[in-house]
Design a protein around this ligand. Structure first.
Ligand SMILES: Cc1ncc(COP(=O)(O)O)c(C=O)c1O
Length: 417
């Protein structure tokens, strides 16, 4: 196995159900990582497993480009219904998040006939060429250039880290000023096809963009004919208490990207957007052999139904409140916890030195993550400096399992603080 394949936890799975992973030694682990935000509906939800089994017995692959099939159309209709983008919405399917990002950029370029793309610091959009070029963290792209051209980056409005003494209003005003200045000091706005943003950054440390910033960004895009793409690959499918976090903000993108929890672990991704923009891409320019595999399509449709039937959007708000209340109490006790933040059940806990947002404490975060693994809790860190613990537990986790996991986390935070 190549060294470049990272491994975060040394457990080897035997089976997984709900929020519990059982390893080959029979040890039960509480899963707060959810396969990196993929199993919001839990490990192996029964109706999803059943849909996969049934579809596998009918047909596995024809390639939608060659012989079409209904599960693709059904899923696109369902996506358009739960994620409406203006008057008429269309969708296209692919297999991974990075592919969704690649295709969203291609659609935006064809729709605007412009080449440039604006993105943000601490962004994560995947590891294929365009996606990697849009990704901010240098560690993910080390020695992998040359990168895609016509990609320009501006600072993400990270209020916690950079507000210093300013209040939210003042901070947002100055960040929006940077955005407006970018047309003079960074790139001619007439050559910008799209701005891509995660409304709440995932890999970058669970940083929510301020509402007023997103509203200002929307206005800026409208003023300049720029397509606004929101990447909801980590934040989508009930994580924030909505199908997409932009619905929490009430700021609608032109195009948006989804993957991860859409398929409960099967590789399926989507670009969803305003019909006229989606239709600007010429036939054959967006696609591939495995676009929307039928097995993945039925898994996604069954996942959406399962999420609706089990009210997972509401459940996310409940879970998020439990996590936040407990972590806020700890923050009041320990100067090592700089911030507890997030939307719905997408909660991050940032570790810093001496309560200073500009001094990340990655060592402390690493000790806690490893200590939790030893105690049977699977956790992931995040952030450019790996100093944020991100909680991505399945949303079917019981209150008891959630509190058990939080007990372990709290124990480790107490131990290492
Ligand atoms: C916001 C965001 N965009 C894109 C991606 C890339 O998705 P994938 O790993 O499926 O290519 C990820 C994966 O973590 C992500 O969090």
């Amino acid at each position: 196995m190549a060294n470049g394949v990272g491994v975060y936890n040394t457990a080897t799975v035997s089976d997984a159900k709900g929020a519990i992973i059982t390893d080959l030694d029979g040890r039960q682990l509480i899963d707060f990582a959810g396969g990196i935000g993929v199993v919001n509906a839990g490990h192996c939800p029964e109706p999803v497993v059943e849909a996969i089994r049934e579809q596998a017995g009918k047909y596995i692959h024809t390639s939608f480009n060659v012989v079409t099939y209904e599960p693709y159309i059904t899923l696109c209709e369902e996506l358009a219904e739960i994620l409406p983008h203006g008057k008429k919405t269309k969708a296209m399917l692919i297999s991974t998040g990075a592919e969704a990002v690649e295709n969203a950029i291609k659609i935006a370029r064809q729709a605007t006939q412009r080449p440039a793309v604006l993105c943000f610091t601490d962004a994560y959009h995947g590891r294929t060429l365009m996606a990697m070029s849009l990704t901010s963290k240098v560690n993910y792209k080390f020695s992998s250039g040359p990168f895609a051209p016509e990609v320009y980056r501006i600072p993400f409005p990270n209020f916690y880290k950079y507000h210093r003494t300013r209040d939210m209003e003042e901070f947002v005003e100055s960040e929006l000023q940077r955005l407006y200045d970018s047309q003079h000091n960074l790139v001619d706005i007439k050559s910008v096809a799209a701005i891509i943003i995660e409304p709440i950054q995932g890999e970058g440390g669970f940083n929510p963009a301020p509402l007023k910033y997103l509203q200002g960004l929307r206005k800026f895009c409208d003023e300049h004919g720029v397509i606004l793409i929101m990447d909801e690959i980590q934040s989508g499918f009930c994580r924030t208490g909505h199908w997409a976090s932009w619905q929490h903000y009430g700021v609608q993108p032109d195009l948006s990207t989804y993957a991860k929890s859409l398929g409960s672990g099967l590789p399926i991704a989507a670009v969803v957007g305003q019909a006229d923009i989606m239709d600007a891409a010429a036939p054959g320019t967006i696609g591939g052999t495995y676009i929307g595999s039928p097995i993945c399509c039925v898994a996604a449709s069954a996942t959406i139904k399962f999420m609706k039937d089990n009210n997972l959007n509401e459940r996310a708000l409940h879970i998020g409140k439990i996590i936040r209340d407990r972590m806020e109490k700890l923050k009041a006790e320990f100067s090592g916890i700089g911030d507890v933040r997030g939307i719905g059940a997408m909660i991050g806990i940032e570790f810093v030195k001496n309560s200073n947002p500009e001094h990340p404490n990655s060592e402390l975060c690493d000790h806690i993550v490893k200590g939790c693994a030893d105690e049977g809790l699977i956790l992931l860190s995040a952030g450019t400096f790996k100093n944020v613990i991100r909680i991505l537990s399945p949303l079917v986790i019981t209150d008891e399992q959630l509190n058990q996991g939080l007990d372990i986390l709290e124990g480790q935070i107490r131990k290492f603080n």
